[in-house]
Write a protein that binds this ligand. Sequence first.
Ligand code: G1P
Length: 292
Amino acid sequence: MSDDVKKAIFPAAGLGTRFLPATKASPKEMLPIVDKPMIQYGIEEAIACDISEFIIITGKHKRNIEDHFDYAFELEDKLKKSGKEKLLEEINRLSEINIAYIRQGYALGLGHAILCAKPFVKDEPFAVILSDDIIPSKETLLLDMIKLYRKLKSPILALERVPTHEVNRYGIISGVKERDNVFRINSLVEKPDPENAPSNMAIIGRYILTPDIFDILAKAKPGKGGEIQLTDAINQLLQKRPIYGYLFEGQRYDAGDKLGYLKATVDFALKNKELAKDFGKYLLEVARKLKH
Ligand code: G1P
């Protein structure tokens, strides 16, 4: 058993209603940002943090997530024969990742999705990655959180300051600053109305959790939106142990939202060697037209 963070859970059983009709029969997690599905960015981020075991919580219409991370013999053969070695290597790399899948029969909420991973996580600390929060690879958020976990041996939540009118889209914390970007959390509330929010510090989609959350989740009652909320369970865990927030000040895209998704697509395309020049030119043309 590891006392370090070696496992990551990727909840991917949501209904993706914000992206309908695109997500009617295919998962939101497979929507591409340029040429990679959203979930692959999250998996690569975890690999860069030395996480070696991945658990994806899937649901209906999610089978192509499994296919994406599986061998594709026909395609591999074709790439080999046509000498596309680099692409072949990239495709093969995906199939070598150690991923377990758990199917969440009903979309009962994020808390319930995490509970489904209990048999795989057992007694170890683990990361939770919500793959529609895209964090560019130059950022070290997850690694910084893991390092902080090693020191504090307590759950760590990623936080970001959001505008007041957006607090109803997030779990919001109240807490006391301990040092630099580290806050000791006093309470959490899921998607409060702006007028009742304890702060504007929002939980974003990266968590380091400890296995004692499972007992609380197992007994949890539905909260906001009739769903089993992870935020409520963490709030309860506060009665037993300290929990910390790590305030992230780098770049994050809320790609679960259409505007955030488009922003991520544009920025990633502008960083892509093959596309940057021509796409940049095109964007300037568009901007010029918008001005008129
Ligand atoms: C979930 C959590 C919320 C958190 C958010 C981060 O909400 O329930 O507390 O702030 O992720 O992205 P969702 O985006 O699934 O509605």
